[in-house]
Design a protein around this ligand. Structure first.
Ligand SMILES: NC(=O)c1ccc[n+]([C@@H]2O[C@H](COP(=O)([O-])OP(=O)(O)OC[C@H]3O[C@@H](n4cnc5c(N)ncnc54)[C@H](O)[C@@H]3O)[C@@H](O)[C@H]2O)c1
Length: 351
């Protein structure tokens, strides 16, 4: 088992089990436990949790419909209502059992219910374990804008049981792996050298890989929780990635966050090379690995145009210029890089 000390809480990583969770709960006195889950985590993860954690067998269960489309204020209202009906009070504990949708929404509900009650996360996807477990961002989407309403509110603990990933689909494992690739590219050249050799799905979520990804993100977040400075480095791949995600969703097609970020990293690496932040050899190694993991995805012309129009609304922009964070070189980063539309268009058209 590993323990990583984050901002005000610990992240516990276990291969298989809930030992740390049991220890944590045995030291606390909560008036009520409320587990928030969705129809998949209730089926795949809840019985395993309750079987291994006696204290939670008395918990009330709130089941939400899965998916990003439900990460909104209407769902929050359902949960606030259910908490009120259950009689939850300031001393209750919310237990988020799910992927990033459940932890973002459950964390936001916890941060606002009675001006803030305790919550913990038991992440059940690779993305929620390796990325969303760190940084205390909670929130929901609003009027089509991702994570538009939210808070920075820290859980009392994060309890990772890697065995919960056994039931997760291959597509969702790869989706979470995108953020592991990203953190390697901006934070640790040796970690990048290690992961770029990994080709088999089961190697993407070993204890070592998840722990290292969390440590690297944690080192950044601990120095800049409110994203005034170095936390912006975590946005590598996200400027183009978010624009691509919005363009695809507007076309009513299906895309996962990590898949969009992979495209974002491909284009942004091309830009980083044009700006001489990374060498041709580095660019080639990034694109060939991303294309191996995510299979080659090509962009249609309307999508390319839509990406540019969405990019202009990116909240990471400062003033009129489009603002990016790039590897410089791999394993380090450069922040607040203004890039012209011509360079962006040129790099998008190479895809
Ligand atoms: N707060 C942060 O720092 C942060 C960071 C990155 C992403 N996010 C957010 O995370 C969300 C995406 O998270 P996600 O990819 O985990 O999506 P998700 O929560 O929608 O989970 C993906 C799917 O897998 C199912 N599932 C979850 N665990 C399972 C399991 N063990 N077995 C079988 N099925 C399982 C879910 O029901 C869902 O259908 C986005 O809303 C994104 O904005 C937050």
């Amino acid at each position: 088992m590993s323990i990583i000390k984050s901002t005000s809480y610990n992240i516990h990583i276990e291969k298989n089990g809930f030992e740390a969770l049991n220890t944590f709960l045995s030291k606390k006195e909560y008036s009520k436990y409320i587990i928030i889950c969705d129809e998949n985590t209730i089926e795949q993860c809840l019985s395993r949790l309750l079987f291994n954690c006696d204290i939670l067998t008395t918990a009330e269960i709130i089941e939400l419909e899965s998916g990003e489309k439900n990460k909104n204020l209407e769902t929050c209202m359902q949960v606030w209502g259910a908490l009120t009906d259950i009689g939850a009070d300031k001393k209750s504990l919310i237990v988020n059992l799910g992927g990033g949708v459940i932890s973002d929404l459950g964390g936001f509900v916890a941060s606002t219910f009675k001006r803030g009650i305790d919550f913990i996360n038991i992440p059940t996807t690779l993305l929620a374990m390796a990325d969303a477990s760190v940084g205390a961002k909670t929130g929901v989407d609003f009027e089509g804008i991702k994570n538009h309403i939210g808070t920075i509110y820290q859980p009392k603990g994060v309890f990772i049981n890697i065995a919960l990933l056994e039931s997760l689909s291959e597509r969702h494992i790869i989706n979470g792996y995108a953020e592991i690739i990203k953190i390697a590219l901006i934070a640790d050249a040796d970690f990048w050298k290690k992961i770029k050799k990994l080709k088999k799905l089961e190697t993407f979520y070993s204890e070592d890989i998840i722990t290292k990804a969390i440590e690297l993100k944690n080192n950044i977040v601990k120095k800049d929780l409110y994203e005034k400075n170095i936390r912006k480095s975590l946005n590598f791949g996200h400027s183009i990635g978010h624009a691509f995600e919005s363009a695809i969703l507007q076309q009513k097609k299906d895309i996962l966050h990590g898949e969009a970020i992979a495209i974002g990293m491909l284009v942004e690496s091309e830009i980083a090379h044009q700006l001489r932040f990374i060498s041709k050899a580095e660019l080639n190694s990034i694109s060939s690995y991303l294309k191996t993991v995510f299979k080659n995805k090509s962009l249609t012309n309307p999508t390319k145009k839509l990406i540019l129009s969405f990019l202009k609304h990116d909240k990471k922009n400062e003033g009129a210029s489009l603002c990016f964070a790039f590897p410089n070189p791999i394993g380090k980063y450069k922040l607040r890089c203004g890039v012209t539309s011509e360079i962006i268009e040129n790099c998008i058209s190479k895809l």
